[in-house]
Each structure stands twice: as structure tokens, then as C-alpha cells.
Ligand binder design. Sequence first.
Ligand SMILES: [Zn+2]
Length: 62
Amino acid sequence: MKNCFVCGKKKEDYEVWWNKLAIAITYDSEFQNNDIVCSMSDKSVMCHKCIKTIEKIVEEKL
Ligand SMILES: [Zn+2]
């Protein structure tokens, strides 16, 4: 089992995390260009909290 790519938090429900992230990456080019998102690999997972944090960073840049 993997941990969150950003904060290392463990969670079992990775698919939910990944689905949210995949949607954001697919439809939001600002999110896609975020440094953290760019440094993820295909198999990296990110928890909901870290996704929200990045969303906030992206929104503040706009
Ligand atoms: Zn996290």
C-alpha cells in the first residue's frame, strides 16, 4: 500500500483520491502545471487534504 505522495499519510481508499486528482489534472490546466502535481509519477497517490491544498494554491495564483 502506498502513502500520500505529499504528506505521507496512509489511507486505504486510494482510488477515491486518485479519481478526484485525475479529474482535476484532466480538466484544470493550472492544477496540471502545479510543481507538486508535475513531480508526481503515474503511480503516485495524493490524499484529499493535499489535493485541496494544491487547489487552493492554484486558485490563489489566478
Ligand atoms: Zn496528503
